[in-house]
Design a protein around this ligand. Structure first.
Ligand code: NAI
Length: 268
């Protein structure tokens, strides 16, 4: 067993071209696309030949493209798409070149086709069945969110250990008992598991998911999971994001009122 390289976001310098090894300590709040730079690592490459940092930005481009598509935009210039995604346009063009997408000079990118290309690169042209373990406040909120389906994910099952929860309708599924986890993962060919149980139960749930064949885990529980090689774990922690925002809010406030608030204000 090895400790998973759990990926969480941190900031980059908006508008600043990617510089490998650039690790400025105090930074502005970055867009999700730019935060992806560090969480994914600048030099790591996927077996597909697409760098990990590019892979991490593709969902951000996809979200921007969906928004443009919903507004009826048919073609988009790289500058416009880059601005919508919060990256600089050179980085965007470089990222899209890995997909074989170069746009047409003076016209830009065809929005629908680019949605297809990015979706294909991310493996979203099929609907991925997902199991959510933990049907508490968070698990139910996730299961009730209708947006996953249009983004390539289908909530195939929601499981809980509490018999009082089992049998309740959540989103489009009925909550099952966690004792059926292995059977449900096998019957739905589930590759992605979402952990929404208390921290104390999360590692055991993770072990069972992995044992059942799940290779991608989205962990909301506040602990670092240990998984074997070949299993990807993404950790979501809203409190860390809020703490980063609090840091920047404090710095801005200190600048505005001329107060010194620690090393950040001293450097500013
Ligand atoms: P909750 O207490 O409402 O729900 C937890 C559910 O997990 C309960 O229904 C419980 O019966 C079930 N459960 C417990 N042990 C289980 C097991 N072994 N197998 C299957 N189900 C089991 O908690 P809530 O608010 O939904 O939070 C869930 C987790 O998500 C917690 O670890 C919490 O700290 C975390 N969380 C993380 C956030 C983030 O930003 N990362 C935000 C909110 C919550």
């Amino acid at each position: 067993m090895s400790s998973a390289a759990e990926l969480s976001s941190s900031a980059d310098i908006p508008g600043h071209p990617a510089v490998p090894g650039d690790t400025a300590e105090v930074r502005s709040v970055a867009s999700p696309a730019e935060q992806a730079d560090e969480s994914a690592g600048q030099s790591a490459e996927r077996p597909t030949g697409i760098p990990e940092a590019t892979v991490a930005r593709l969902p951000v481009y996809l979200r921007a493209l969906y928004t443009l598509g919903e507004r009826g935009v048919g073609t988009v210039a790289s500058e416009e798409l880059a601005a919508a995604a919060g990256v600089n346009s050179a980085k965007l063009r470089k990222d899209l070149s890995y997909l074989g997408s170069y746009g047409i000079r003076g016209v830009g990118y065809d929005v629908d086709y680019l949605v297809y290309q990015v979706s294909r690169a991310l493996g979203l042209t099929q609907n991925w069945p997902v199991v959510i373990v933990g049907a508490g406040n968070l698990g139910r909120a996730l299961a009730n969110y209708g947006g996953f389906l249009t983004r390539g994910f289908r909530i195939a099952a929601v499981l809980d250990s509490d018999h009082a929860m089992v049998g309740r309708e959540v989103g489009s599924v009925i909550v099952g008992h966690v004792s059926d986890l292995e059977a449900i993962v096998a019957s739905h060919a589930i590759a992605i598991g979402v952990i929404a149980v208390p921290a104390g139960a999360a590692q055991a749930v993770c072990d069972r998911l992995v044992g059942a064949g799940v290779t991608s885990i989205l962990n909301f529980a506040p602990l670092v999971l240990t998984v074997p090689e070949g299993v990807d774990v993404r950790k979501v922690d809203l409190s860390i994001e809020l703490q980063i925002l609090a840091f920047h809010a404090q710095r801005r406030s200190a600048e505005r009122f001329g107060q010194v608030a620690g090393p950040a204000a001293a450097e500013a």
